[in-house]
Design a protein around this ligand. Sequence first.
Ligand code: ADP
Ligand code: ADP
Length: 226
Amino acid sequence: NTVLAGRGLTKKYGSTTALDGVDVEVRERDSLAVMGPSGSGKSTLLHTLAGIIRPDGGTVLLRGQAIDGLSENRLSTLRRKRFGFVFQFGQLLPELPAEENVALPLMLEGMPRRQAVRQARRWFAPLGLDGLEHRRPGQLSGGQAQRVAIARALVVEPDVVFADEPTGALDQATSTEVVRLLTSVAREQGAALVMVTHDADVAAHCDRILQVRDGRISHHSQYTVA
Ligand code: ADP
Ligand code: ADP
């Protein structure tokens, strides 16, 4: 039940080796936190697994199928349909109400607006966002905005959610609340989660922690039984 795997991933930027033969595996409903010092290759790893960066060597397998050979077009379709993304901040469109921000990925897939918004609204209660459907991002707190971003990442019912420092702009209490919801709602939906974070308290909410150093995995934790 491996959903996503990277095998022997390498990536160089000029003389900098960002990834140096990384093997990584993410199982169904598994949440994996990627930690490590600045410049160790965390973002490069996340972006490579997400099909945003093409590795120089190695391969990325989504449910056993290599995605690195796909054309740019097919790769971007795959990203839209099978992956969800949550970033640090600034990812919501300021002029759209929250429910339309969440509905956007469905509309990009060609779903009619009313149907997309109806589906989008289903995510508000599980994420503690009831009553905020019509707010614009500017009228939301940082934690609320991140929960809307999580809803938007999950609305396509992806295989994998990629989160890059999703709590980086939040205070500790709000971070905890957001990461709890992110891990639990992703699991309920059936998505695996790959999250880059520098915050050990946030990482502790994931099933496993991967430590990256100089483009290599320096340590990985065992599965913890919840
Ligand atoms: P053991 O210590 O029992 O020999 P491993 O050290 O191979 O087992 O793995 C411990 C756990 O960490 C396993 O659940 C495995 O799936 C996971 N794991 C090992 N290597 C990686 C990796 N590169 N990326 C993600 N998870 C890994
Ligand atoms: P982290 O996310 O752990 O901070 P990154 O994956 O961003 O690390 O970067 C790993 C290494 O690759 C660093 O030395 C960084 O400077 C380098 N790097 C990352 N992206 C680029 C790029 N687009 N061009 C040149 N070097 C890059």
